[in-house]
Ligand binder design. Structure first.
Ligand code: FVH
Length: 296
C-alpha cells in the first residue's frame, strides 16, 4: 500500500486492444487503476490483475483525478463522457480523431470544467509498455496538464508534447500515418509486380525495405526546401527526369498485368507540376504545393 500511495490514481475508459495494453502498464507500475468498458466481460482479466471495475462510466470518472480515454472514435467518446461529472478532472483522450474533432472535444471538456490533453498513439498494442519498442504518444492541449501528469503518462509509452493547440497531436498522428500508408502502397505495388514471376517475395523483401530506408534520407531535404521555398535539386533526380521515367513504370505494370492505380495519382501530380511551370531542375517538393491547393 505504501508503494502505490504515491502513484496517481488513473481511470481508463475503453478496454479494446489498446486500452487493455495501456491498463496493464499502469497496474504493473503500481498505479491504482479504475476501468470501465461498455462490454463488461472485457474487464474481467484486468480485475483479476488488480484493477477496480466501475459499474458505469460516471463511477469510473469519479474515481480518479486523471481520466484516460481510449475508445473507438470521437462519437463514442462523446457518448461515454456525456453523463459523467468532468468538473475538476484531468482528461487525456488517446482516441484517434481528426484535429478538428480534437479541438472541439477540448472546448467541450473545458466547458464542463475539465482540463484536456489530446493524444495520438504511435504504436500498436504489442509495443505498449515494452522498453525499446519505440512506442510513443503525441500530446497536445494543456501544457500544465501535460507537466502535472508527465510521469504517469510516460508509463505505457514515450511522450512527445507538440503544442497547446489541442488538434496538433491528431495532426502529427495523421501526418505520420499518412506517410506510412504511402509506404504500404509503394510496397504493395512492388510485390504485385513480381507476384506471378519466379521471384521469391522473401528475397525481394530485404531489398525493398533497405531501399525505402535509404530513400527516407530525402525527407529532411524536402523539409528544408519547403522552409526555404527553393525546390532546386539541379541535375540530381530532377522533376524533368522523373516525369520522363513515369511511362516506363506504367508500361511495366501493364506488361506484368497489374494495375498502376497506387502510383498513377502521384505521377499525374508530378506531370501537372512540370506542365504548370515547375522547373525541370526542381525535385518533387512542388507536388506538395499542388496538394495544398485544395484548401481553397
Ligand atoms: N490498435 C491499434 O493498432 C491502434 C494503434 C494506434 C491507436 N489506435 C486507436 O486507439 C483507439 C482504440 O483502439 P483499440 O485498438 O483499442 O480498438 P478496439 O479494440 O476496436 O476497441 C474499441 C473500444 O471502444 C469501445 N467502443 C466502441 N464504440 C463504443 C460506444 N459507442 N460506446 C462505448 N464504447 C465504445 C469498445 O467497447 P466494446 O466494443 O468492448 O464494448 C472498445 O472498448 C482507437 O481510436 C484507435 O484508432 C489503436
Amino acid at each position: 500500500a505504501a508503494h502505490t500511495a504515491a502513484k496517481t490514481p488513473v481511470t481508463l475508459l475503453g478496454l479494446g486492444a489498446m486500452g487493455t495494453a495501456l491498463a496493464r502498464t499502469w497496474l504493473a507500475a503500481g498505479h491504482p487503476l479504475t476501468v470501465w468498458n461498455r462490454t463488461p466481460a472485457r474487464a474481467e482479466a484486468l480485475a483479476a490483475e488488480g484493477a477496480k471495475v466501475a459499474d458505469s462510466a460516471a463511477e469510473a470518472v469519479a474515481a480518479s483525478p486523471l481520466v484516460v480515454v481510449c475508445l473507438l472514435d470521437d462519437a463514442s467518446v462523446g457518448e461515454v463522457l456525456d453523463d459523467t461529472g468532468l468538473a475538476g478532472k484531468d482528461v487525456a483522450n488517446l482516441t484517434t480523431t481528426t484535429p478538428a474533432q480534437a479541438r472541439a472535444r477540448a472546448a467541450w471538456a473545458t466547458e464542463r470544467g475539465a482540463r484536456y490533453l489530446d493524444g495520438g498513439i504511435m504504436a500498436v498494442p504489442p509495443m505498449i509498455g515494452v522498453p525499446g519498442a519505440g512506442a510513443y504518444v503525441f500530446y497536445s492541449g494543456s501544457p500544465e496538464l501535460f507537466e502535472r501528469h508527465r510521469e504517469t503518462l510516460a508509463v505505457p509509452a514515450g511522450t512527445t508534447f507538440v503544442g497547446a493547440d489541442a488538434g496538433f497531436a491528431a495532426l502529427y498522428d495523421m501526418a505520420l500515418l499518412g506517410g506510412m500508408y504511402g509506404m504500404f502502397a509503394g510496397a504493395a505495388h512492388a510485390f504485385a509486380l513480381i507476384r506471378d514471376e519466379d521471384i521469391d517475395p522473401t528475397a525481394l523483401a530485404p531489398l525493398l525495405s533497405e531501399w525505402i530506408v535509404a530513400m527516407c534520407s530525402s525527407i529532411p531535404q524536402t523539409a528544408e526546401r519547403l522552409r526555404s521555398g527553393d525546390y532546386t535539386t539541379g541535375v540530381v533526380s530532377n522533376l524533368g527526369m522523373q516525369v520522363a521515367g513515369t511511362p516506363t513504370f506504367l508500361a511495366t505494370a501493364e506488361q506484368q498485368g497489374i494495375s498502376p492505380e497506387l502510383l498513377s495519382p502521384f505521377f499525374a501530380l508530378m506531370r501537372q507540376r512540370l506542365e504548370e511551370g515547375g522547373r525541370d531542375e526542381e525535385d518533387l517538393t512542388g507536388v506538395i504545393d499542388l496538394l495544398a491547393r485544395t484548401r481553397g
